[in-house]
Design a protein around this ligand. Structure first.
Ligand SMILES: [Zn+2]
Length: 259
């Protein structure tokens, strides 16, 4: 069995470089063949990329998340474009809108999001989308701005109806460890209704730890719990679901079959 963790904040799990390498090794032993490392800021990106650039099972996404809207850093556009062209960078992200937290004002979040969607289109890269209580605006923006390289709704949190509307776009829906908890009827319902070939999984580590590891700091090595939950909802064998999700991940990031 091989799993693909489409979203892990390696730099937040551990700052220590040795520990980061250990996190990746452990994941490999737990069937996680690939991890996409998601940066927290452009500074964090540089550190993690440098440390892990020779790790053949780790890819990287780079972007300015809505939490950084007030201070994306000097020359951020130029730096983002430069980083995005690095060999192991396969997506722009995470980018999006977060109306739950008071990150700047709505307009500046929207502006930053649109700007990065345009950069992603010009570089022909897919995007990883962060959505917190901003589903309507995100969908409206994606309808006109998303490139044909598509995008991933990371840590999917909307309901099935929203997913059905979003399905018209070239997007995937990535589910995190919270689907292993009780009272996630809307997520279970979404996973059952979506076409299997549009579903991904992610650790969102160090957050969203699966039920079986409750109280611990999440890491990619726990991802099988989330795959198991998808398998149960879809009433399919774990191996079969894992393989389908793995293939979906390769497609979502436009990676070759032998990646
Ligand atoms: Zn994240």
């Amino acid at each position: 069995m091989q799993l693909f963790d489409t979203h892990a904040h390696i730099g937040l799990i551990h700052e220590d470089q040795m520990e980061q390498l250990l996190v990746i090794q452990l994941a490999k032993r737990k069937s996680v063949a690939h991890i996409v490392s998601i940066c927290n800021s452009l500074i964090d990106f540089e550190h993690v990329y440098e440390n892990l650039k020779t790790a053949s099972n780790v890819y990287h996404a780079v972007g300015v998340s809505p939490s950084e809207v007030a201070n994306p850093g000097q020359n951020w556009e130029h730096r983002l474009q430069t980083f995005a062209k690095l060999e192991r960078v396969i997506a722009i992200g995470e980018i999006g809108l977060d109306y739950y937290r008071n990150y700047g004002d709505k307009n500046s979040q929207v502006e930053l999001f649109i700007h990065q969607l345009d950069i992603a289109r010009s570089l022909q890269l897919p995007v990883i989308i962060h959505n917190r209580e901003a589903g309507r605006d995100i969908l409206d923006i994606l309808k006109t701005r998303l490139s044909d390289k598509g995008g991933i709704f990371h840590c999917y949190s909307e309901d099935a109806r929203y997913a059905m509307e979003a399905l018209d776009l070239p997007v995937y829906f990535s589910f995190a460890g919270n689907i292993t908890y009780k009272n996630v009827k809307h997520l279970q319902d979404t996973i059952v209704k979506l076409p299997l070939d549009r579903i991904l999984i992610e650790s969102e580590s160090p957050f969203m730890v699966p039920m079986a590891y409750k109280g611990k700091r999440n890491k990619p090595a726990y991802l099988v719990e989330t795959a198991q939950a998808v398998a149960e909802f879809r009433k399919m064998p774990l191996e079969e679901v894992a393989e389908a999700l793995y293939q979906n991940s390769l497609r979502a990031f436009h990676l070759p079959a032998n990646a």
